[in-house]
Every structure is written in structure tokens, then in C-alpha cells.
Design a protein around this ligand. Structure first.
Ligand SMILES: C[S@@+](CC[C@H](N)C(=O)[O-])C[C@H]1O[C@@H](n2cnc3c(N)ncnc32)[C@H](O)[C@@H]1O
Length: 256
């Protein structure tokens, strides 16, 4: 198993785990750092038909934008887990600001271990965390014992359309993704694809901010300048992939 730091940096589209202690500085200007909370809320409203208020598990919750907004808009109980303690601090501040602290629990842990002792969720969300729990088959295999019988799994992720020649480590062709879904005894009941023009806009803002923060860090820690420069370069490449080469979407899955 890779280290927690490596898992975090992979999920943040970097490659050097020595950057992890600086991530909260680099991302200080942003709250939404992955999935689009409003899209997930729309999907829950449309596809969740179980008991309310539902219990939501948000794995790799980042700074809590998805959980806090679900709690504020739907009144659901949200349990967010992330390995970065500074992100979890931020989750709690935002829950307070949105007056939903009573509906939200946030904790610092490695989800690969923590999931083993959690049970009975109606909705499990993996918002832009990539293959932290393995490929789709293994992800469902890990999550299903912790999901109630009529529960939903919502995954925000990228995939490659079948007709494309493009390849990317960690990203599947859509047909291979759906094969694994099938093998795990699941079905995809919704696929909310993101509009490329909206992705361009939000990525541009995100990139400008993190570039500026990396440059500030280079000035503060000249010995690590290559690490920060490399992250800027990786992010630039990753944004190009997101904008031009793959499909990103929020997908809803349930048992067959
Ligand atoms: C791109 S962010 C997405 C955050 C959030 N889900 C969102 O959509 O706003 C990926 C998150 O996954 C977390 N992460 C990666 N590996 C993890 C692990 N093994 N355990 C807990 N959190 C992890 C990172 O710390 C990071 O906050």
C-alpha cells in the first residue's frame, strides 16, 4: 500500500509527496477543490429516494464544500473524512459559517483504513479523489459493506471516451469502467457530464491562484523551488487533460 502522503499527492495531481505539508497554503484561496457541490446536490435530489435525513459519507472530503453544502441544502447528516488535518480544520470552520455544525462530523484519517469501522450510510461520495480505493471494481467491493441496501454511491471522476486514442494512467475508457461497475453488481443510473466551458473558467481561476501561492512559497523556501515549479507544471498539464482530453462527470451508482 502506498503511504498516506503519496495517496494525498496523487489525488491532488502531483507526484512529489514532500509537497503535502504545503498543500493547504497552496490551496488557501479555494474552498471547492474537486467535485462540484451543486451538481451533486441536484443528483441527490433526483435519485435519492430513501429515508431522510440521509446519512452521507464523504470520503476524501477535502475542505468540505460538498458535505457542508449538502447539509445546508438538504439537511442531511454528513460525515467527512480527509487525511489532511488543515483541510479538516477548514471543514469545521465552513460548517460553522453555514450553521450546519450539528449536521456535520469531520475527522482526519486515511480513508483506506477508516472505512473498515464505519457502517450504515445511505449515500457515499468520492469527490475527485481518483483511484484511492483501487479501480472501480475494488472501490465498490470496499464500499458496499458500508452502504445501506437502497443506498447510492456518487463518484466524481474522469474517463476517456471509447473512440479516443488518448491514454492516461489511472483513467479508464468508459466501456471498461462500466464493465467493472457491472462485475461489482452495480449499475450507473446517472452521469452528469461537465460542460467544458465551465471547466475552463473554474480551472483558470484555480490555476492562477495556486501558481501565485507556489511562487510565494518558492520565495520563502528557495531550496524547494524545484518542487513548487514542478507542481505548477503538473497542474498546467492536468488542466489541459481535464479541459481537452477526457470527460469529467458526477456519476450515480446503485446495486442492481
Ligand atoms: C481533489 S481533492 C477533492 C476534495 C473533495 N472531495 C472535493 O471534491 O472538494 C482530493 C482529496 O482526497 C484526499 N485524500 C487522498 N487520499 C486520501 C486518503 N488515503 N485518505 C483520506 N483522504 C485522502 C486529499 O487529502 C484531498 O483532500
Amino acid at each position: 500500500m502506498i503511504t498516506t502522503e503519496q495517496s494525498i499527492i496523487n489525488a491532488m495531481d502531483g507526484d512529489d509527496a514532500s509537497l503535502v505539508p504545503f498543500l493547504h497554503y497552496i490551496l488557501q484561496d479555494l474552498w471547492e477543490i474537486g467535485a462540484e457541490p451543486d451538481a451533486i446536490i441536484r443528483l441527490i435530489r433526483k435519485h435519492y429516494s430513501g429515508i431522510t435525513p440521509a446519512g452521507v459519507l464523504d470520503l476524501g472530503c477535502g475542505k468540505g464544500a460538498v458535505s457542508v453544502k449538502i447539509a445546508a441544502n438538504l439537511g442531511f447528516q454528513c460525515h467527512g473524512i480527509d487525511a489532511l488535518p488543515e483541510f479538516i480544520d477548514h471543514c469545521r470552520i465552513k460548517a460553522e459559517e453555514y450553521q450546519v455544525s450539528h449536521l456535520c462530523t469531520f475527522e482526519t484519517a486515511d480513508i483506506r483504513e477508516r472505512i473498515k469501522n464505519l457502517n450504515g450510510f445511505d449515500i457515499i461520495i468520492l469527490g475527485a479523489i481518483g483511484p484511492v480505493l483501487g479501480d472501480y471494481f475494488h472501490t465498490f467491493y470496499t464500499l458496499l459493506p458500508h452502504l445501506n441496501p437502497d443506498g447510492l454511491i456518487i463518484i466524481d471522476d474522469g474517463y476517456i471516451i471509447d473512440t479516443s486514442n488518448y491514454t492516461h494512467p489511472g483513467l479508464l475508457k468508459e466501456s471498461d469502467l462500466l464493465k467493472q461497475v457491472q462485475q461489482a453488481g452495480m449499475q450507473r443510473i446517472a452521469n452528469q457530464i461537465f460542460d467544458r466551458s465551465t471547466i475552463n473558467e473554474s480551472d483558470e481561476i484555480m490555476f492562477k491562484n495556486l501558481k501565485r501561492r507556489c511562487e510565494e512559497l518558492s520565495a520563502m523556501h528557495p531550496d524547494k523551488k524545484h518542487v513548487f515549479d514542478n507542481y505548477i507544471k503538473k497542474q498546467e498539464e492536468e488542466f489541459d487533460v481535464l479541459e481537452n482530453k477526457i470527460i469529467t462527470s458526477s456519476m450515480v451508482f446503485k446495486r442492481k
